[in-house]
Design a protein around this ligand. Sequence first.
Ligand SMILES: C[S@@+](CC[C@H](N)C(=O)[O-])C[C@H]1O[C@@H](n2cnc3c(N)ncnc32)[C@H](O)[C@@H]1O
Length: 278
Amino acid sequence: MPAAGGVPRVGDNAFERWATLIRERTGVEIPRQRHSFLATGLARRMRATGVNDSEAYYQWLSRGPGAGLEWNALVDQLTVQETRFYRDPRGLALLRRYCREHTRGDAGALQVLSAGCATGEEAYTLALVLEEAVGGGRGYAVTGTDISLGALALARRGEYPATRLWRLPRALRDDGVEPAGEGRWRIVERIRRRVCFVQMNLLRDDPVTLPPLDVVYCQNVLIYFARRQRERLVRRLAEWLRPGGVVILGGGEFPPTSLAGLQRVGGEDVLAFSREAS
Ligand SMILES: C[S@@+](CC[C@H](N)C(=O)[O-])C[C@H]1O[C@@H](n2cnc3c(N)ncnc32)[C@H](O)[C@@H]1O
């Protein structure tokens, strides 16, 4: 598969091999229609690393020791990090409801995970909603996780152009962001202190350092996964909950079937499961 015109030719067999490697390691499915997306991502990384034979690049990534950093860089190319502040008002309404029902608790601060948080907009949105709901009382902590180190670096900066903020309701904007110069806005320190970002592959890693979670918020991640991986992932997310905690998914990302040990909650307009008390 020599590189031609800057983009390696990826034949059917090679496409299958790459798609399998990516699916097995990340869960992300690259369908055949996205062939050129894969080829372009490979080309970028091959150019950046000076490897001009895609077979050699494959061998390096699939076996080579020390390929971890390059694997991270390729994953950055092959994952979709599109995100927005205040993306799903229905999921956030369920979060508010959960907070109202759990204003007091002897378990300390509410622990919330933004799973597949991309560049941080979702994690900060959750923090802004939680600040309003429980900030003066029980308190809260948000952990944003993603497989992409590049996305997490931007998330940690917590600075965004003004154009990205328009969906945030006025009250949350007034409370949560401040000007950072040159048309950019920064999440205020009070909110940033409540949020941390950690690299995590949702299929493989466990949040061992986190206490049992009240809420796992995972939206627009499952859609990139092979269908058979979706149920497995929802089950994993639910295992990280404390009894009574909820997984809030994006609508339509997962067939709203019943899952043993999990109870469908939140009504028709939102897809969420609660872990039954054991
Ligand atoms: C489209 S973004 C969704 C961002 C945010 N949740 C939202 O709804 O706005 C999908 C994110 O999932 C991340 N992702 C994909 N596979 C992953 C995996 N196996 N583990 C962790 N994150 C993953 C990608 O890097 C990307 O940032």
